[in-house]
Design a protein around this ligand. Structure first.
Ligand SMILES: *Cc1c(COP(=O)(O)O)cnc(C)c1O
Length: 366
């Protein structure tokens, strides 16, 4: 049996006609940038995120970068974030010209540990950039409290957590902005790159709209330097089709997670911990296992797709050496990077596939 980490063809086969019709409609209209599909998507994503405004972006990365730029965060500023994340989170802080300051994670949730944030705040700190990793939101109440107390912006990297819930509130609705990615492997994936920023602040929305058009308010008259951070109409049309299925797909992932959890109960497999305040969308199902690298090789030998998110923490990346961190500075993140692996969790998995994945891992562990 073959179980890939993700099977987008299985998803596509069920929505093929709808997708083709949506794409054809855009092609026939020849409205390729902006237009009604984008406006509809922005409105709908804002709504499902408990936010007033949605601003399409060219990628999740550009959603984060343009958020930082629009909030005026740059040279001389510090941004507090987690070292246990995808590269883009830290990459954007660097590209905005600011300095990333890392705070270690909570080993249970893999998200930034709020109890360690205050010690990292200096007079240069401008923002906290928590990441809602693997589909579960960070512990937002203490984060928002600290931000309020010190007058900091919060930018949510919700690339992996669209519609995820913390104490009844959606990802993206806490901070000055929330950033989503429509990279095809995310719960809501486009037919290419794409992203979205959500916000409740009208002024921030206006700045983001200007920023995504090179920083120009009126055509060819610029007060600020932005970029081309736009989302294509074709992506918007495809995403509108998929959006109708998002809740059902996320529920499918949750069901698969419970299925695995039962299989792993009482074994050496460390199953994902979901905070009782949270509803995860399980963008990834990440377990901790002894002899992780060997386990990974064993499963791959059996044609099971599994991957390590993330094998090298951001403070250990060569390109961020200038930040001055060394091994041992972020013990929980470093430990996680050596112990975790993601198993296939996509909603189209059959019970036979899940049995095969779980039993193969248990077989390895003896
Ligand atoms: C996917 C992802 C991004 C970047 O999104 P892109 O659309 O690929 O640019 C940023 N942060 C995290 C945590 C992600 O998982």
């Amino acid at each position: 049996m073959q179980v890939p980490l993700l099977d987008l063809k299985a998803q596509y086969s069920k929505i093929r006609e709808e997708m083709l019709a949506a794409v054809t409609e855009v092609l026939d209209s020849q409205i390729c940038i902006g237009g009604p599909k984008l406006a509809e998507l922005e409105e709908k994503i804002a709504k499902i995120s408990d936010c007033k405004y949605g601003i399409g972006a060219s990628s999740g990365t550009d959603a984060i970068l343009s958020s930082l730029m629009s909030l005026g965060i740059g040279a001389g500023d510090e941004v507090i974030t987690t070292p246990f994340t995808f590269f883009a989170t830290t990459g954007c802080i660097h590209r905005a010209g600011a300095k990333a300051v890392f705070v270690d994670i909570d080993p249970k949730t893999y998200n930034i540990d709020p109890s360690k944030i205050e010690a990292a705040i200096t007079e240069k700190t401008k923002a906290i950039l928590p990441v809602h990793l693997f589909g579960q939101m960070a512990d937002m109440d203490p984060i928002m409290e600290i931000a309020k107390k010190h007058g900091l912006y919060v930018i949510e990297d919700a690339a992996q957590s669209i519609t995820s819930v913390y104490k009844g509130k959606k990802a993206g609705s806490f901070g000055a902005t929330g950033c989503f990615s429509f990279y095809p492997s995310k719960n809501l994936g486009g037919i290419g790159d794409g992203g979205m920023i959500v916000t409740n602040d009208e002024e921030v929305k206006e700045k983001l709209l200007i920023m995504r058009n090179h920083g120009g308010g009126h055509k060819y008259f610029n007060e600020v330097v932005g970029g081309n951070f736009r989302l294509d109409a074709l992506q918007a049309a495809g995403l509108l089709v998929k959006l109708k299925h998002l809740d059902e797909w996320s529920q499918g992932r949750r069901d698969n997670a419970s299925y695995y959890n039962k299989k792993f109960k009482g074994t050496a497999v460390g199953i994902p911990y979901i905070d009782p305040n949270c509803i995860s969308i399980y963008n990834q199902y990440v377990v901790r296992v002894p002899k992780r690298d060997e386990a990974l090789a064993y499963l791959r030998e059996k044609n099971i797709g599994c991957v390590v998110y993330y094998p090298l923490c951001m403070h250990m990346q060569k390109c961020f050496k200038y930040l001055g961190y060394k091994e041992g500075d972020m013990p929980e993140s470093e430990k996680a990077s050596k112990e975790v692996m993601a198993l296939p969790i996509y909603p189209e998995l059959t019970n036979e596939m899940k049995d095969f994945v779980a039993e193969s891992l248990l077989e390895f562990l003896g």
